[in-house]
Each structure stands twice: as C-alpha cells, then as structure tokens.
Design a protein around this ligand. Sequence first.
Ligand code: ADP
Ligand code: TRP
Length: 329
Amino acid sequence: MQTVLSGIRSTGNLHLGNYFGAIKNFIKMQHENNCYFFVADYHSLTTHPDPAHLHDNVRKVLSEYLACGIDPDVATIYIQSDVPEVTELYLLLSMNAYVGELERTTTFKEKIRKQPENINAGLLTYAVLMAADILIHNAHKVPVGKDQEQHLEMTRKFARRFNQMYKTDFFNLPQAYNFGEKLVKVPGLDGSGKMGKSEGNGIYLSDSPKAIKKKVMRAVTDSGPTKANQEKPEAIQNLFSLMQLVSTPNTVQYFDDKYNSCEIRYGDMKKQLSEDITNFTNPYRERIEEIYRNDEYLRKVAVQGAEKAKINAQKTLKTVREIMGFKNF
Ligand code: ADP
Ligand code: TRP
C-alpha cells in the first residue's frame, strides 16, 4: 500500500473549487492508500499570524475537512505542530539545502514581492520544512496543486541528496499523486478563469444561503443567444459547468434546451443554480458548525492523529539520526 500525504494550509475556508478539485478525491483516496493529512500550522508562521487567531484557524480547517468526510479512523489526520519530530528533520535537512537553490524558489521570490517588510528565514526554508513533512512519513505520493509542484521537486532533490551523501536508499522520491485524467476545473462566476481564494470569487462550503444567492445573482452573463444552438461564451459556459456539478441532469438539460432555443432567462437559471448550490453545501455547512463546536470530538481526533503520526515520525527520525552518525551514550 502506498503512503500518500497531504499538507493543508491552516488559513482560509474551503470553496467549491477545493471541494470538487481536491477534497472529493481525498475522500476516495483515503480508502485506497495509507493516508496522512495534516494542518500546516508551522508554515503559517511565515506571515506572522496573530496568536489569538492561530488555534482558531487550525480548528476551522480541521472542522471543514472532517465535515467533508476525511475519516480519522481511516486516515491519519493531525496538526503539524503536534508532531515536533518534523522540526528536527527540518533542521537536519536544512544542513544540506543550499541558500542559492532556496533563493531561486518561485514561491520565495513571490513572497519577497508580496511582503518585502517581512522576508524571514522561515520563508527561505519553507521548502525544507515541506520536505520534512513529506519525508518524515517517507511518503510515496503527494497530491499537490500546480503552485506546489516546485516544492515537491525540491523534496525529491533533498531526498536524493541525502541518499547519495550517506550512501543509502532510505528516502523514497515522492511523486505527485495523479487523480486520473479527468481533473475538474471549477470555474468562477466572474466571467473567466477558475474559482479561487486569491481570485476573490470563491463560493464557500460555509457560506450562508443568503451569501450564496448574492454571489450567484452577481454572476457575469450577456444579453442572451440570438441564434439557435449557438456556442456558449465562456461566462455562460461557466454557469453551466457549475450547474453540472450541483444540479440534476434534468435541470441542466432544461436550461441547455432553453439556451439552444434562445428562450433562456439567466435570472431564472441563476435562481435555480443558487438553490442547488445551497442544497449541496447546506449539509456541509451544518456539519462544519457542529464539529467546530464539539471540543471533545476535535480534541479526540487531534490526539489520536498525533499519536499515530508520532509513531511513524519517531521511527523515521531514529533511522535518519543513525544514518547521519548520531549515537546514544
Ligand atoms: P485556493 O488558494 O483557491 O484555495 P489552492 O490553489 O490552494 O486553492 O488549491 C488547493 C487545492 O484545490 C488544489 O489541489 C487545487 O488543485 C484545488 N483547486 C483549487 N481551486 C480549484 C478550482 N477552481 N477547480 C479545481 N480545483 C481547484
Ligand atoms: N505548502 C502547501 C500549500 O501551501 C502546504 C503544505 C505544507 C504541504 N507541507 C506540505 C503540502 C507537505 C503537501 C505536502 O498548500
């Protein structure tokens, strides 16, 4: 069985793009692999979060993933900072990570531009910490979005370097997890492009029905088709694509027919879409709120996850220390 690991940013709520593009696959994947999911709270320190919010952010993210169906009895779900073995591996790996290659990382260069007032060493070594996250469980596969591919490449570089330096084959070279060819791209409703947090067009699982309605009713459309069966412009296709994810095939067909016969009323379509999104997200929103309030359950999940993750992490660290020449008196 393959070990699959995924790090989760500890800020931000899940939107429909995250759900259909990633989480839905995670839920399936957990039954087919030995899965580790962790909330990357150490990583969030690079932006100096307010201590009053740090824990609550972790709690929110954890509640959302559990509400979506990550099963703590099937996968190992834990908080990064509950497994401090990661930081020791990070220190050990950082001795063989070179400043030049870290400075050339795209995400580091971006951060320099975005937060010139706070170019801390944690930003520079972000990729080393991420490599430690992955290598502490000797993961084979890591599901990553486009923006994280370079970090995974660097993880392989550090692992390969370690293996060569110490003449061992201890570390696997982790590869990107491929969910198959049918990757869904969830569009935004602002005319073009995908739904995304930084795009500012997210429809969130935790959004209230009112918020969803407002977002959908604002969607970009046009003055309507003038010729039967004409091709749909991107903004309109986006409405249909989103509908395909949350509505019944009959509903999609109904509006498709209306479009093709030039009788479509976008207002009606948006109303239907907003209702169907709400029906889809409502159970998630309720579950998120329920889990978020359940201190005891969250504590149990976090403790159980940390215990499982620590067993593996300690084993890895012990071997790495031995390979590097550390010995107990
Ligand atoms: P965001 O910053 O918008 O929350 P990320 O870029 O962090 O999204 O992506 C997190 C995961 O969600 C990735 O696996 C990515 O492929 C997936 N994802 C994000 N937005 C979409 C989208 N619009 N369609 C499909 N998948 C998406
Ligand atoms: N850097 C990842 C992100 O921004 C989060 C992350 C941290 C991660 N450690 C990881 C992802 C290890 C995969 C594996 O989304």
